[in-house]
Design a protein around this ligand. Structure first.
Ligand code: G3P
Ligand code: CA
Length: 279
């Protein structure tokens, strides 16, 4: 079971901050998650929302407006911790570059968020990964997974580099287990896995996804009973705001970190070879 720290250990510290990822890394999460937004001048920063209003403050007053309408210098005036708790007032909006530099031994699960609003986001992401020497480790060891709700964004990345491992996110508003199953053949053309909402995950979905060699990584589960239900169905990874809770349910001798990701990458390659031989 791969443990994905959703926005970091964001049950304990403000999402998408060094405080949150530091904690997730210390807990032993296998992946640190990042949602991407882009500044006015085209710099990738890590923030979930398209706008600043919910999490950013300046001297206690909300910073407002769309990230894409602000320069990085403007974002640097805001902090993104005090909304969660006063002790986090020093947390700033991180750039993707800063995150990749700070965690040289971590694995990253990066989402292109609202990419249609930020043309060039995919090219920028691939260049940033290349600058950090992460393209080859992503291809061969799944050290980086790229996720999106946008099929167009994933297909664009796949066209640029078919060996990069991609995860198609699926929104509960538009999907059910049945509707996702009907999309799996098409998703398998460009992705190595799916990220469904946990409420859409049942045995038929996991079984059919695996028949298509697709990993199943449901989001976002903080309840231990639900983690156990998904584990019993055979999902391959779980997004959680509380990585320690999920880790506490897993066998202590299970491979973790890059060892676990390498096994997943190898299993995917074997599955694809086998299905190619069968057709
Ligand atoms: O990326 C998986 C999950 O994080 C998708 O939902 O809104 O938290 O990015 P969201
Ligand atoms: Ca996300």
């Amino acid at each position: 079971m791969i443990v994905i720290a959703h926005r970091g250990a964001s049950g304990y510290a403000p999402e998408h901050t060094f405080a949150s990822w530091d904690l997730a890394a210390a807990m032993g999460a296998d992946y640190l998650e990042q949602d991407l937004q882009m500044t006015r001048e085209g710099i990738l920063v890590v923030m979930h929302d398209e706008t600043l209003d919910r999490t950013a403050r300046r001297n206690g007053v909300p910073c407002t407006g769309r990230v894409i309408d602000h320069t990085l210098a403007e974002l640097e005036q805001c902090e993104v911790g005090s909304w969660f708790g006063p002790t986090f007032v020093d947390q700033r909006v991180p750039t993707l570059d800063e995150v990749l530099k700070r965690y040289p031994d971590a694995n990253f699960y990066i989402e292109t968020k609202n990419p249609e609003e930020a043309p060039g986001m995919e090219e920028n992401l691939l260049q940033t990964l290349a600058d950090h020497g992460l393209i080859e480790p992503a291809r061969t060891e799944w050290r980086v997974l790229i996720q999106s709700f946008s099929e167009a964004s994933l297909r664009k990345i796949h066209a640029a580099d078919p060996a990069l491992p991609l995860i198609q996110l699926l929104h509960r508003k538009w999907e059910t287990s049945g509707s996702i199953r009907r999309r799996l053949e098409s998703i398998a053309e460009y992705a190595v896995g799916i990220g469904p909402h946990f409420s859409d995950v049942d045995a038929a979905l996991v079984e059919t996804a695996h028949e298509h060699c697709l990993s199943v990584h449901p989001y976002t589960i903080d309840d231990v009973a639900e983690m156990a239900r998904l584990d019993s169905l055979g999902v391959d990874g779980i997004f959680t705001n509380f990585p320690d809770r999920l880790l506490a349910t897993l066998p202590v001798d299970e491979p973790r970190g890059l060892d676990a990701l390498r096994l997943a990458a190898d299993a995917y390659a074997r599955c694809r070879r086998k299905s190619a031989q069968e057709t």
